[in-house]
Design a protein around this ligand. Sequence first.
Ligand code: NAD
Length: 504
Amino acid sequence: MAEKFKNLINGVWKDSTEGNTFENRNPAKWNEDIIGIFPSSTKEDVDEAVAAAKAAFEKWRLIPAPKRGDILKVVGDRMSERKDEIAFEMTREMGKVFAETKGDVQEGIDTAYYAASEGRRLFGYNAPSELQNKMNLSFRVPIGVGGFITPWNFPMAIPTWKIFPALVCGNTCVFKPAELTPKTAATLIEIIEASIKEVLGKEYIPGVVNIVHGKGRIVGEAIISHPDVDLISFTGSTLVGKRINEVAGGDLKRVSLELGGKNAQIVMNDADTELALEAVLWGAFGTTGQRCTATSRLILHKDIYDDFIKRLTEKVNKLKLGYGNEPETQIGPCVSESQRQSVHDYVKIGLEEDKANMICGGEFATDGELSDGWFYKPTIFADVKPGMRIEQEEIFGPVLSVIKCSDLDDAIRILNGTKYGLSSSIFTKNVNDAFKAIRDIKAGITYVNGATIGAEAHMPFGGVKQTGNGHREGGWTVYDFYTEWKVVYIDYSGKLQRAQIDNY
Ligand code: NAD
């Protein structure tokens, strides 16, 4: 019998009001392995969760921030203790290999400890008054109820990037995770709830964190349009992000959007090509290419083009596909049947519409045990031209487009030529070229002699152009999103002092 999971609303684990459910299965062992049954929730469930979060906010905001930080410290400890177990289950749930799911949990642990320490900072600013016997202060205050909507590719790290800083700042939470990764999300909320109870003891507040499972167009829509939700933090596709911006932004909610990418790695003719090869293998095919920061374009200098492609193809053809919890596996499945089909549809676009030159992959991988999962052969298109659809649109699978460039300016022009701007990379030993690339690449993140992936939790994360709406997660910057500035003027002169009037 598959395990049954529930929503957490106002401190109570409960079924959805209508009792409907959905199944979660292992994308590598589809027929064999059911992970769990989850509530398919309704607008009423969201209403209840938002009411709980709203009531909880009035108490939670009064818990001192250092104490809220203490809770996050316990959350980090519990996640560390359970790291391997959570990673194993995450691999079962969404397919990426165990080493990567462990990294995903570690990112959550790092974010928890950062948030824990931020509880003792959350710095404000003081500035001198222009009048005598008057003091000017400014400090951060929480905003209210946060709605958090997340994708399936980083089922632990992404929710923690949002929920941990939001909580430390004094906000409460209504969380809708992706339908494809509800178990990791449920584990996260179970850990947070238990940690709140452990640290607050008799002062425990129900409803600080709530999780409502279900469909984007029902549960997600109910959250983004709810009048008592004060802020929305969303990570997912650009299409859904635009819809959220319309609905939630239209209601003047504070909205943070982390959206798609079409990231490129440049390799110049003076680069360490062996290192660049390793990086592109990791950047393009790690997480089966299903990362917002995945290397989906490789821009090669003309002098090294043919040799690099030959060596890359040899390596790609040797990658071992399989179930990510088996130690020899290098590449897991696509997350779902429809995701694999969408990847395959893009390969057809590459062949038929773009007339690009496919040099490996391009089909489902179905040998032996792979036939029970959504596996896709790592695919490379060579001689891709700027402007082709496979060069412009996010594919979100193990497909790499290789483009030839003539020099650095050409490479940067090609790199910048999409509507996205998340991550980027350049391999070169020429320090002048590296600095020029850092200056001219239009992206939120640039790696020099590193793959396009590998962000660290204490640094700002996010992109430019249609990758988002200008906010950043991670590091210190995310705390700006989860707080309002309160400014206080204290006049101890004992008389009416008029700024700008009495002193000039
Ligand atoms: P998605 O946009 O389909 O779904 C994301 C979430 O939104 C899910 O929880 C889904 O249920 C919900 N949703 C769907 N429709 C909704 C609606 N109308 N209202 C409210 N919520 C709704 O994305 P996905 O397939 O889960 O994830 C892949 C996408 O996420 C890719 O485009 C990828 O680039 C992006 N992503 C971006 C980042 C980043 O930080 N920039 C990180 C990871 C993934």
